[in-house]
Design a protein around this ligand. Structure first.
Ligand code: FRU
Length: 485
């Protein structure tokens, strides 16, 4: 693993020419994604400002231009008409002001007064590297480029730690007010959300108080990327709690969970109706955010980073890493989220696979599952050994996903085996394999499992136990890898 100095990580990009060669090298990788958004160069992490505006989907991602390293962050902009074909639109937000001098960190978008507004964290550091996070805004101009407000909307609270970031803006029609949910850590190190409110989203904001979530007063050390939406007559709160182990999640200390319940804007209380659940049971899934109310009220589309903070991935050797998940449409059923791919992926099908042929680098599998124990192994060698193995235990209603058999192993210490629990046996499975990721949608989407996967040349086969019926299609690419800065 390459060691980076702070100077290298926080170097400012002065001209596209500085990274043109890097782009050529990155784009030539065999692990470059075919139908997932990925970094134009270097590293992509959290999705930001995901929304639909004037019939175009806008998505930004946390971007570090220089390589597979978390350093000076920009918002890189991509657009789509159908959530399937994505075009690079260039840098959205540069860390070019004193209040964001060490990074334009995560945030969200909303349409107000006919304009697309972006809210983000200005990560300011002084010469002693002391951090002051500011909540800032920008407005998308007619030229498609965001223009920043000259000053931040507000600074940090003195009664919390330096970890205060990732504004999620929402409009509350009943109160006729805007609210910002801001991820935070209390002074004594507990994860929290701070709530601010305003009549005018670009005007004066006041601190309303700390979000109360009964039962979650002491749950993790920082809640990154909080996000809330209305769905099916309920409120859904998601966040990424850090610095804590959770049952069944191996040694990982970074998670992404959701709660279904009711948000009371008078008492600033979110009352959950049941236990938390994982948004995704996979190894590599974090910082999810909704685009909500964008096509119709009560509709929410979710997207996340395929990756985790503190983790390392094999393409680091090629100086790039990261990818977005497929956007997912959410439904709520019996207090549980059901997730399904939002885009019409069937339109990417090139041809149906024959039984004998090896797995193409980008493909979809549609699998009928038996109610008994079963095993499905993807990316095996020609003798059926190794690979990414799914084993279902019908008595326990648990599917264990094991990636320890892959040639390219990574983050072994965090864990290479994870369980997916089911209320009822899943009858079907849709698998979306891209060049460096695999997403498993079980049943109607009651459980989803996302992992990076880097199969080698010889890992192109699969095996299925009796009763498992697999159909597959090769998929055409739908993302453009153009060098647009
Ligand atoms: C989550 C996160 C956010 C922050 C951003 C910086 O991965 O740590 O809290 O805004 O990444 O890149």
């Amino acid at each position: 693993m390459r060691e980076w100095t702070r100077e290298e990580r926080y170097r400012e990009l002065k001209s596209p020419e500085e990274i043109r060669k890097l782009h050529e090298r990155n784009a030539a990788s065999v692990y470059r994604q075919a139908y997932h958004v990925q970094p134009v160069t270097g590293l992509s992490s959290d999705p930001n400002g995901f929304t639909r505006y004037k019939d175009v989907w806008h998505l930004f991602y946390q971007w570090c231009p220089w390589g597979a390293v978390h350093g000076l962050k920009y918002w890189y902009h991509v657009t789509s008409r159908d959530l399937l074909s994505w075009k690079n639109a260039g840098v959205g937000l540069y860390p070019d002001r004193d209040f964001d001098n060490r990074g334009v960190h995560s945030g969200s978008a909303i349409t107000a007064g006919g304009k697309l507004l972006l809210f983000y964290t200005g990560n300011h550091r002084d010469e002693n590297w002391v951090r002051t996070p500011y909540t800032c805004a920008a407005v998308l101009g007619a030229d498609g480029k965001p223009e920043k407000l000259p000053a931040p909307l507000f600074g940090p609270r003195p009664d919390c730690s330096e970890h205060q970031r990732d504004p999620k803006i929402v409009w509350n029609a009943e109160k006729e007010r805007y609210y910002i949910f801001l991820g935070a850590q209390t002074a004594d190190g507990r994860g929290s959300v701070l709530i601010y409110t305003a009549k005018d989203p670009l005007g004066a904001w006041t601190f309303a108080g700390q979000l109360k979530v009964p039962g979650y007063e002491s749950f993790g050390g920082m809640w990154e990327c909080p996000c809330i939406t209305r769905l099916g007559g309920k409120d859904v709160l998601i966040f990424s709690p850090q610095y804590t182990l959770l049952p069944g999640r191996g040694e990982s200390t970074n998670h992404n969970i959701y709660l279904v319940g009711t948000m009371d804007y008078d008492t600033l209380t979110f009352t959950p109706e049941g236990d938390y659940r994982h948004l995704d049971y996979g190894f590599d899934f974090y910082a999810a955010q909704f685009a909500s109310g964008v096509e119709e009220e009560n509709k929410a589309i979710l997207i996340a980073w395929i990756g985790l903070p503190d983790n390392h991935y094999p393409t680091e050797e090629e100086d790039w890493e990261g990818s977005m998940t497929l956007p997912r449409t959410l439904r709520l059923e019996n207090g549980k989220l059901l997730q399904s791919p939002a885009a019409d992926l069937a339109s990417l099908r090139e041809r149906e696979l024959t039984k004998e042929e090896p797995l193409p680098a980008a493909c979809e599998l549609s699998v009928d599952l038996p109610e008994s124990d079963f095993e499905l192994a993807l990316f095996t060698g020609s003798d059926g050994s190794g690979g990414l193995r799914l084993r279902y235990d019908a008595a326990k209603k648990i599917c264990t996903v094991d990636r320890s058999g892959m040639d390219k192993r990574f983050n072994e210490k965090v864990g290479e085996r994870l369980d997916v629990p089911f209320d009822a046996a899943p009858k079907t499975l849709r698998v979306f394999i891209d060049r460096s990721s695999t997403e498993l949608f079980f049943g109607e989407g009651e459980a989803v499992f996302t992992t990076h996967s880097y199969p080698t040349e010889r890992e192109r086969n699969y095996t299925a136990s009796a009763g498992v019926a697999v159909r597959g299609w090769a998929l055409k690419p739908s993302v453009r890898d153009d060098f647009v800065i």
